[in-house]
Write a protein that binds this ligand. Structure first.
Ligand code: GDP
Ligand code: MG
Length: 451
């Protein structure tokens, strides 16, 4: 799937202290292939990759993140941008009723959506009504009635006596969806429904007659929103269909359906970029509650398949103190790290969350991770207590911590002498190891890209 491929491409970068332009090019090539495989349109992929490259090779450097995380962050931000940035809400009419018309191919999920949208609106205190304008497909009107009943909302339908809740109208021919739409709005206004959802017919393919009908309904009811409903599983075809509907009826928003079955997610990325219309809702199942406002950021992290990584990146950026990290890095390189620094670094890292989450993910202070890898949070509490039990001179120059000092520290911090010994020994080991590693890997806050 798209997210597996993207995750794979980005995983290869993990643990790299420096990224060369060649690394970036290779990663971008992988991302490009993954997107094309997921049926994202070439036009969209090109722009996307160009922006990633430009930003990755540019001067965007954050002390909080290692280069791999930096790229994940850039990819995530660009995905969110392609998906529309902010969630767009329904534009309600100043004078009710607000009219929402649904358009799209047959089987896209319009009728199902009508029920979901109504249920969602009811929860927010609205009083919607559904209008059945699909008079094309046998059984379509009955399907909408079932949907309406399930959602707890009335349905305005052309045949007298057959509609839910005694609604109905005389004098409209079953073959006249435009008439039904017009009467449906009148009816809604008279009954003081504040939102009208107009369900329309679709064909299996783009069709001139169908498009003319949709346009006729649109002109008759002047909708506040025309939602183009598209099956997220249809891949590249989504773009062609979206373009045809944009031209034919000019929709104001997009609804992606069947996201539960979408292994690829490419449609989501293309449709918004190509049509310039926001994706407003997402449908992910056959039940009423499988529905939500579309959140570009959530979709992006779903596509990236890196929810955890992304939240760690956020935490890291929030809590990172660049100057402190820089100073510690310089000391590490020279093998001059003190226990005071060790404590400070440890506290900074712990602010980011439970230590278990951070291992393998540590930004900047990556060199600390091996030193901390063997300990859990409880042990860290004890380490902290021991270091706090030392005098500043001892923290600054751990070499002076002789046997009598060890005993005093142990007593003062409520641990055994052997625990103090262990900590001091481990500290010296870690300091040596970190100095060696930092020579090889490049340090946080410094220039991390070669060339
Ligand atoms: P319409 O022709 O555009 O009105 O499409 P329908 O609402 O009749 O939906 C066509 C089929 O897709 C029906 O079997 C629905 O139950 C199903 N469907 C609609 N939305 C979703 C969805 O989000 N997920 C899944 N799995 N099925 C859906
Ligand atoms: Mg339908």
């Amino acid at each position: 799937s798209l997210s597996d491929r993207l995750t794979g491409a980005l995983k290869d970068l993990r643990g790299k202290g420096k990224l060369s332009d060649a690394d970036i090019d290779r990663t971008c090539r992988e991302i490009r292939l993954a997107l094309l495989d997921a049926d994202v349109s070439l036009q969209v992929v090109r722009g996307f990759i160009a922006r990633i490259k430009e930003r990755a090779k540019g001067s965007e450097v954050s002390g909080a993140l290692n280069p791999a995380q930096q790229i994940v962050k850039i990819v995530n931000e660009e995905l969110i941008a392609v998906l529309g940035g902010e969630t767009r809400r329904i534009a309600y009419a100043k004078t009710p009723p607000t009219v929402i018309m649904l358009a799209g191919l047959q089987g896209a999920g319009k009728t199902t959506l009508a029920g979901k949208l109504a249920a969602w609106l009811i929860k927010q205190g609205h009083t919607p009504i559904l209008v059945a304008c699909d008079l094309q497909r046998p059984g379509a009107v009955d399907q909408l009635k079932v949907v309406g009943e399930r959602a707890g909302t009335p349905v305005f339908a052309p045949h007298p006596g057959t509609s839910v809740g005694g609604e109905g109208v005389l004098g409209v021919s079953a073959a006249d969806p435009i008439g039904v739409a017009r009467d449906g709005i009148e009816h809604a206004r008279a009954r003081q429904h504040d939102v009208v959802i107009v369900d329309t017919a679709g064909r299996l393919g783009i069709d001139a007659e169908l498009m003319a009908q949709a346009k006729g309904i649109r002109d008759a009811v002047s909708p506040d929103e025309v939602l183009f409903v598209v099956d997220a599983m249809i891949g590249q075809d989504a773009v062609t269909t979206a373009e045809a509907f944009a031209e034919g009826v000019d929709f104001t928003g997009v609804v992606l359906t069947k996201l539960d079955g979408d292994a690829r997610g490419g449609a989501a990325l293309s449709v918004r970029e190509i049509t310039g219309r926001p994706i407003m809702f997402a449908s992910s199942g056959e039940k009423l509650e499988d529905f939500d406002v579309f959140h570009p950021d959530r979709m992006a992290s779903r596509i990236l398949g890196m929810g955890d990584v992304l939240s760690l990146i956020e935490q890291a950026e929030e809590h990172w103190d660049a100057e402190q990290a820089e100073a510690a890095a310089a000391k590490i390189t020279q093998g001059e790290l003190t226990l005071e620094d060790f404590l400070e670094q440890m506290l900074m890292i712990r602010k980011m969350g439970p230590i278990g989450n951070l291992l393998g993910m540590l930004p900047g202070a990556g060199q600390m991770k091996d030193a901390l890898a063997q300990v859990d949070d409880k042990q860290l509490d004890r380490v902290q207590a021991i270091i706090r039990g030392m005098t500043p001179a001892e923290r600054d120059n751990p070499k002076i911590i002789n046997a009598s000092r060890r005993l005093r520290i142990a007593n003062g911090s409520g641990v055994s002498v052997s625990e103090v010994n262990q900590l001091v020994d481990r500290f010296f080991e870690a300091r040596k190891m970190m100095a060696q590693m930092s020579g090889r890997m490049g340090m946080p806050g410094g220039n991390r890209r070669s060339n």
